[in-house]
Design a protein around this ligand. Structure first.
Ligand code: PEP
Ligand code: MN
Length: 332
C-alpha cells in the first residue's frame, strides 16, 4: 500500500500512521509518500484527513512498479538524460579499473573523439581474490575527478563498501553499486539518503525481484535517481562467464518505471562476444549500455579477457548507433 500525504501533514497524525502500520519509507518530492506493508489493504478512517491518494499494490514491486507510476522515470547522467520520454540510450564506456593517468587519458581521448559522453571506470574494485589488484582507491577517484574536469565527461564509478561512499558520491555523476554489493545495506542506505544517481547492478545469484527490492530501499528513502543494470547471472553454463538475462531485461522494461542498462562485458566475460551482445541489447531499446574498454586489454589489471580495445570500441559505437536508429532510439 502506498499513500500520498498532503504536503503539510499533521506531524502527530503522520507519526501515528507510520508507527501504527510500520511504514517502511518516507519520500519527499512534490508530496510525501508513505509505503506501508503490502498486507495493509485499507487504512483507518482517522488517518484519512492527511491522505491525498492511496495505491494498493498486489505485487512485490512498489515505488519501482509501472502500476504505481506508469511513466518511466528520468535519470540524469551528467548532461544527458535517460528514461522518461527521451528514447535515449546512454553509451557508457571505459576500463574496468583506473590504472594510471596515461591509461585513463588515452581512454578519455577516444571517448571524446567518438562523442561518447560517459566514462565508467572503477577506483574501488570488489575483487574475487584479495591477492590481486584492488583498484587505486582515493588516488583513482582523484584521477577521475580530473578527467571529468578536463574532458567534460560524466563519471560512473563504483562504491565497494560504505566507508568510502561519501568520497565516491562527491566525484561521481552516477554511483555504481556492483553485483556483489547489491545486498549491502550500508551502501543502499547511504545512497538512499543522497540524491545522486545510482546504477544498481543485479547480483549474479539474484532474481530480478530481488534486484528491484534492493532498488526499493533507495526509492523509499527518497532517492528517485535509480538505474537498474543487468550484467549476467550464474547458470549451469560454463563456456561463458555468466548468462545475459535478456528475458529479465524485458521484464524490467515492462514492469518497472526505472531506466534499464545492460552490461554485456561482465555477462560474456570474453571480448569476442561483447559487440554482438551489445547490438542485441540495443535492439531491445534499453536505456543504456555498459562496455569495458582498455587501450591494451591483455595488460589490464582487472577483467583483462573481456575488455575490448579502443579501435573495436570505435567500430562498436558506430554500429550501435545504426541499430539504435532502427528501433527509433538515439545513442547519447
Ligand atoms: C565492474 O563493473 O567492473 C564489476 C566489478 O562488475 P560486477 O559488479 O557486475 O561484477
Ligand atoms: Mn570489470
Amino acid at each position: 500500500m502506498i499513500l500520498h500525504i498532503v504536503p503539510t501533514p499533521d506531524p502527530t497524525l503522520l507519526g501515528e500512521l507510520r508507527d501504527h502500520y510500520g511504514a517502511v519509507g518516507f519520500v519527499t518530492d512534490d508530496h510525501h509518500v508513505l509505503v506501508l506493508s503490502s498486507k495493509v489493504r485499507a487504512i483507518e478512517d482517522r488517518f484519512l484527513p492527511i491522505v491525498q491518494e492511496q495505491f494498493v499494490l498486489d505485487d512485490d514491486i512498489q515505488l519501482a512498479s509501472t502500476r504505481y507510476r506508469s511513466k518511466k522515470r528520468e535519470v540524469r547522467i551528467g548532461n544527458i538524460v535517460i528514461g522518461g520520454e527521451t528514447r535515449n540510450t546512454a553509451f557508457i564506456a571505459g576500463p574496468c579499473s583506473v590504472e594510471s593517468r596515461a591509461q585513463i587519458e588515452t581512454v578519455c581521448e577516444r571517448l571524446v573523439k567518438e562523442e561518447i559522453r560517459v566514462l565508467r571506470a572503477g577506483a574501488f574494485k570488489p575483487r574475487t581474490s584479495p591477492y590481486v589488484f584492488q583498484g587505486l582507491g582515493h588516488d583513482g577517484l582523484q584521477l577521475l575527478a580530473e578527467m571529468r574536469q578536463k574532458y567534460g565527461l560524466a563519471i560512473v564509478t563504483e562504491v565497494r563498501d560504505a566507508t568510502h561512499v561519501d568520497a565516491v558520491i562527491e566525484v561521481a555523476d552516477v554511483v555504481q553499486i556492483g553485483a556483489k554489493a547489491m545486498y549491502d545495506h550500508g551502501i543502499l542506505r547511504a545512497c538512499g539518503k543522497s540524491r545522486k544517481a545510482v546504477l544498481l547492478k543485479r547480483g549474479f545469484g539474484s532474481t530480478v525481484q530481488e534486484l528491484v527490492q534492493a532498488a526499493e530501499f533507495m526509492l523509499s528513502a527518497g532517492n528517485e535517481n535509480v538505474i537498474l543494470c543487468e550484467r549476467g547471472i550464474r547458470t549451469f553454463e560454463t563456456k561463458t562467464r555468466f548468462t545475459l538475462d535478456l528475458c529479465g531485461v524485458a521484464y524490467l522494461k515492462q514492469h518497472t518505471n526505472l531506466p534499464v542498462v545492460v552490461d554485456t562485458s561482465h555477462a560474456m566475460g570474453y571480448r569476442y562476444g561483447v559487440p554482438d551482445l551489445t547490438r542485441a541489447a540495443t535492439a531491445m531499446g534499453v536505456d543504456g549500455l555498459l562496455i569495458e574498454s582498455h587501450p591494451t586489454p591483455d595488460q589490464a589489471l582487472s577483467d583483462a579477457a573481456q575488455q575490448i580495445d579502443l579501435d573495436t570500441l570505435s567500430e562498436l559505437v558506430a554500429s550501435v548507433r545504426k541499430v539504435a536508429k532502427a528501433v527509433d532510439r538515439k545513442i547519447v
